[in-house]
Design a protein. Structure first.
Lengths: 375, 350, 348
């Protein structure tokens, strides 16, 4: 039999050939589109970040300048914009920084003595530790005393925003996961903000935060803040952006965590109840371990998206006062608007680097751990 | 401890799933709640555990009315069908969890965990995670976790049904021995009649939320209180043929069976077990039937016959040799035959 | 049970049927508070759209008819006086969001299905060759000024030659999971990095500020999400059905169209809605690629500030008409949209 098929291969008709090729035809469009709109631009962007852009007759010209764009951002005239204005470390900053270093050292010690030592793991940890320590140093050096640049402001939106959203979302999900009346109504209401256009949210919160004409004006006046302008103070401006972002993204955490809470294995819950566990013990020993993988995943998704924040700061505060609320994406956009394409691409790449290292680190060192509890 | 269910009802909205359940379970008794899925037996168990509210009635554990008491104050232990092990805790932590919640001192907890693990032969697995265990081992962890706190009642919800047939037999034997050793009152829910018959001191058969009969296994088998119990217990099931009673005889479609001292009735369900009947030649048998199919199982032959449109099963020895469609006669042992009211299904006593 | 401590009396249910009094009050208080936090801003925008300028400027008025007399002047201005200036961006948004979503869902579903059911082996050598050629093409275009289409054609020809001749000699290859990871990882890529070259690209070919450019871009950025979500939906379809159809003689395309797609309908709906909303809300890419003709609603709303200062009444009208369809959809189809989020997050 095998010989027969070797000598006379089966004839392949056109329709059969098509059928065999469908596998390739199915993925090809997606791959080509992503190559054209993601990978190709990524490479061009890398090139752009190394050039100087000039409008020329009938188009533009690009001249290669090496790392000058990055140099300008990190050490030169644009340093204040990306990294911020530095201030000398005080006792508090040193204390925090040394504590963080000790934590990192402990983390490595655990890794070395844990029995799972390997070279890729070491390299990964070194990269993570270096970037995290550098970001912490930058934060400490600019937030207390100096002026944070767009990088630290972005980190602020990401870290504080995501933690806040996760905390509120989890709390609401736990409350809503109980046997309460009107659960469905709450679920639908809480879901709405996620779908509202961020630009709309930005204006909405500008109206609400209007201290003279907004709905809370009387309260502000009562506190003697009637003449205060939140838009003129860096931290209140950032806070308003953060509130808008939180208003939008709590629903995402809420709806997914609620599903996780509702899908918890009922038997485990009941077993714990019979074993004598109270509310807090049930949360700590049953609920949290069972929703942790989901929690890690949605935090990762939010981290990825949060680094891209731009609509809210742009519309709410236009990046102001000064550069106080500028995120990296907005920074990049502003550079583009001033014809500084090289600088814009360099900022974009900085964002890409920080976002990738953060997300990958989170995934590897935190996200993976939660999966171990699965039965 | 003694467990008493007094006229317990459970409804979800207008749907009543447990309709007035009365049970008095003695201290140290092994009671099995038997029934098809959806008959309310699991709901009854969960009401004893405190996982479901009791719509109406009273539940007593010992001398205490626990109808409204939270599960954690009932001092009951439950083994779930899925075992409900905590996946992120080791075997030792799983077993010790109930004690940890009671703030038992560490040393004492350790000792209790070891003792419980030893009873189910898990001493060597204490540091494993549940996912590293086989089904049977997980089952044992669940048992140990139930035993560790010396509860007043064990509640078991189909604990063996996730195991394969062989392991189920082994675990059944172990379970029976453990219960006898500990002497703890046990309520056990199952749909498997073999489990019920082998494990129970008394079996409680439920159907559609109504308790049909509570009795020791042998009694249940020999003297089913209703037609449902008769059909439910035994494999192959008891044969039920519809007929009438006249002149001290049960008359069915194709023959009659003489039974002593019975009052005449128009319609009656006449029941007899496959092993209490015999196939003879068509002329001699009390009932006339035609062979439908024969199944040789190794040590016996199960013969299905047709009487009119009814199917009747007779147990014959393994050498039985007749072909389908042949006519035969069926002889029934009148001593072992049982009569049930056609409409209510209640037993009709001679 | 009688001697319960105060803490127990407050926080422990008195019986099986009731919640503990304190927890119940707290639960409802918090949930209702958050419901107000969610709804009040929307309500405020809605009533502001019916206020006259002086009513806004005089300070907060909360209740229409009681605190202030509602007026439709802002609505009239936006729809009648501005007329086409409002309707055009609105239609742009509708067209761009719908078309790009249909395309993304179609192309993404095909890829997701293929990645679930067909085993791929992409030789690493082929990919390396592709990247080298791409780099060479870009270098040639930028450095020597060769016409880009000629260079691209040569590169493509070289690539196919390379792939068919040398490519298969490489041992290492990428499987389905690698492809999938690659597709999804595109989500990490901040749009601002990709949009500069896309901007230059469309400028070169003269498509800047057109529907085509917007649709293509939106489709591309949403493609990874579609692949990610649909993969899970497809993986949930029992393979037996497809195998039985295959044995019955159906081709892959036929199986996909007649068996897989109907079964994945809930998933398709969820993905479609989610992507549609993302496209409808998108702001940054529109900011780069469209200026006037292809301007979308978010841009129009954002531009209000620059042109007229904070004229809340007009802005409110625009926000209301921009978010009303989304909110209506959310309320009606909440279950379907949430399912999309869930699959993505829960399976990871």
């Amino acid at each position: 039999m095998p010989q027969a098929s070797e000598t006379t291969p089966p004839r392949v008709g056109f329709s059969e050939w098509i059928d065999q090729q469908t596998g390739k035809l199915f993925v090809l469009p997606a791959v080509v589109i992503l190559l054209a709109f993601a990978i190709f631009p990524l490479l061009i962007s890398a090139y752009l970040s190394l050039t100087k852009f000039k409008l020329a007759a009938g188009g533009f010209s690009l001249s290669y300048v090496g790392l000058r764009n990055f140099k300008k951002l990190f050490f030169g005239s644009q340093q204040y914009h990306l990294l911020g204005t530095f201030d000398a470390f005080g006792i508090f900053e040193w204390a925090v920084f040394i504590a963080a270093l000790a934590l990192v050292a402990y983390w490595f010690w655990r890794f070395f003595t844990g029995g799972h030592f390997n070279i890729p793991g070491l390299i990964g940890r070194l990269i993570t530790a270096t970037v995290m320590v550098a970001l912490l140093w930058l934060t400490l050096a600019t937030v207390f005393g100096g002026h944070p640049g767009s990088l630290v402001v972005t980190l602020f939106y990401v870290l504080v925003g995501v933690s806040l959203q996760f905390g509120i979302g989890l709390g609401l999900a736990l409350l809503c996961g109980q046997a309460i009346r009107g659960r469905n109504a709450f679920r639908i209401i809480f879901f709405i903000p996620l779908m509202v256009t961020p630009v709309g949210i930005a204006y909405m919160f500008r109206m609400l935060a209007d201290m003279q004409r907004g709905p809370l004006a009387n309260i502000w006046q009562w506190f003697g803040l009637g003449e205060f302008s939140w838009a003129a103070d860096p931290w209140t401006a950032r806070l308003v952006v953060l509130i808008g972002d939180t208003w939008q993204w709590v629903p995402f955490m809420f709806i997914v965590l609620l599903a996780a809470v509702e899908n918890m294995p009922r038997d485990q819950l009941e077993a714990a109840k019979i074993d004598g566990a109270g509310g807090w013990q049930i949360f700590r020993d049953i609920t949290w371990p069972s929703i942790a993988p989901v929690a890690a995943t949605i935090v990762l998704i939010r981290l990825i998206e949060a680094f891209k924040i731009v609509d809210l700061p742009n519309v709410l505060t236009n990046g102001g006062p000064g550069i106080a609320t500028e995120s990296l994406t907005l920074h990049s956009f502003i550079a583009w608007r001033t014809q500084d394409l090289g600088g814009s691409a360099a900022v974009g790449y900085t964002l890409l680097f920080v976002a990738t290292v953060s997300c990958v680190s989170f995934f590897n060192f935190i996200g993976q751990k939660t999966r171990k509890t699965e039965l | 401890m003694r467990v008493q269910l007094k006229d317990i009802r459970k409804s979800y909205g207008s749907l009543e799933v447990v309709k007035g359940l009365n049970l008095d379970i003695a201290e140290g008794e092994f009671l099995v709640l038997l029934g098809e899925s959806g008959c309310g037996k699991s709901t009854a168990l969960r009401m004893i555990a405190g996982l479901e509210t009791i719509t109406e009635g009273t539940l007593m554990i010992g001398d205490r009315d626990v109808t409204e008491v939270l599960p954690k104050y009932r001092n009951v232990a439950m083994v779930f069908q899925s075992y409900a092990l905590y996946p992120h805790m080791t075997v030792a932590e799983n077993i010790g969890y109930p004690l940890k919640l009671q703030k038992t001192p560490k040393e004492e907890l350790k000792r209790a965990v070891l003792a419980a693990a030893a009873k189910v032969h898990l001493e060597d697995y204490l540091e494993r995670m549940p996912r590293q265990l086989s089904g049977g081992q997980r089952q044992r962890v669940a048992l140990a976790r139930a035993m560790v706190r010396t509860p007043s009642v064990f509640l078991m919800d189909e604990p063996l049904s996730n195991l394969d047939a062989k392991l189920r037999g082994v675990m059944r034997a172990e379970l029976k021995r453990l219960q006898a050793e500990l002497g703890t009152t046990t309520v056990y829910v199952t749909h498997d009649q073999i489990e019920a018959m082998t494990l129970a001191h008394r079996v409680a058969v439920m159907d559609a939320g109504v308790l049909q009969q509570v009795a020791p296994p042998k009694e249940i088998y020999d003297n089913p209180a209703t037609r449902f119990v008769a059909r439910f217990i035994g494999s192959p099931a008891m044969n039920i043929v519809t007929g009438g009673i006249a002149d001290g005889k049960v008359t069915v479609q194709d023959g009659e069976v003489p039974l002593g001292g019975i009052t005449p009735r128009d319609r009656v369900s006449f029941g007899f077990r496959p092993e209490d009947s015999d196939l003879v030649s068509p002329e001699k048998g009390m009932l006339k039937a035609r062979i439908f199919s024969t199944e040789m199982t190794g040590n016996e032959t199960i013969v299905t016959c047709e009487i009119g449109t009814d199917h009747v099963v007779v147990r014959m020895d393994k050498d039985f040799d007749m072909a389908p469609d042949e006519w035969v006669g069926i002889d029934v042992n009148p001593e072992k035959a049982r009569l049930f009211d056609y409409d209510s299904g209640e037993r009709v006593r001679a | 049970m009688k001697d319960r401590s105060l803490f127990q009396r407050l926080f422990e249910p008195p019986s099986l049927t009731e919640m503990a009094p304190a927890s119940r009050i707290l639960t409802y208080a918090i949930l209702i508070l958050w419901a107000i936090v969610v709804l009040f801003p929307l309500y405020w925008v809605f009533i502001t759209s019916f206020k006259l300028p002086f009513q806004v400027n005089d300070g907060p008025d909360f209740l229409p008819f009681l605190d202030f007399e509602p007026s439709a002047h802002a609505w009239r201005y936006i729809f009648v006086e501005l007329g086409n200036d409002t309707l055009r961006p609105y239609m742009n948004s509708v067209i761009i969001a719908l078309t790009s979503t249909v395309l993304a869902v179609t192309i993404g579903s095909l890829a997701a299905y293929a990645l679930v059911r067909i085993q791929y082996n992409v030789k690493i050598g082929t990919i390396a060759g592709f990247i080298v050629l791409l780099g060479a093409t870009v270098y040639a275009v930028t450095q020597f000024g060769t016409p880009w289409h000629v260079t691209a054609a040569i590169a493509l020809a070289l690539f196919f030659f390379f792939a068919t001749s040398f490519g298969r000699h490489f041992r290492r290859s990428l499987g389905n999971n690698d492809i999938l990871f690659w597709i999804i990882s595109n989500r990490i890529l901040p749009p601002v990095v990709a949009v500069l070259p896309i901007y230059l690209m469309f400028q070169r070919v003269g498509l800047l500020d057109t529907h085509v450019a917007m649709i293509a871009t939106y489709m591309a950025v949403n493609l990874p999400i579609v692949v990610w979500l649909m993969r899970d939906f497809f993986a949930g379809i029992p393979i037996d059905l497809e195998e039985s159809a295959e044995i019955d003689g159906a081709s892959r395309i036929r199986i996909f169209a007649t068996i897989v797609l109907p079964l994945a309908r809930p998933g398709l709906a969820a993905t479609f809605l989610l992507v549609l909303i993302l496209a409808w809300n998108e702001y940054l890419l529109a900011l780069f690629i469209s200026t006037a003709d292809a301007q979308t609603m978010p841009l129009l709303v954002a531009a209000q500030n620059a042109t007229r200062g904070p004229q809340w009444w007009y802005m409110s009208v625009l926000i209301v008409i921009m978010i009303a369809p989304i909110i209506a959809m959310t309320i009606l189809l909440q279950k379907h949209i949430a399912r999309g989020l869930m699959v993505g997050a829960v399976k990871g």
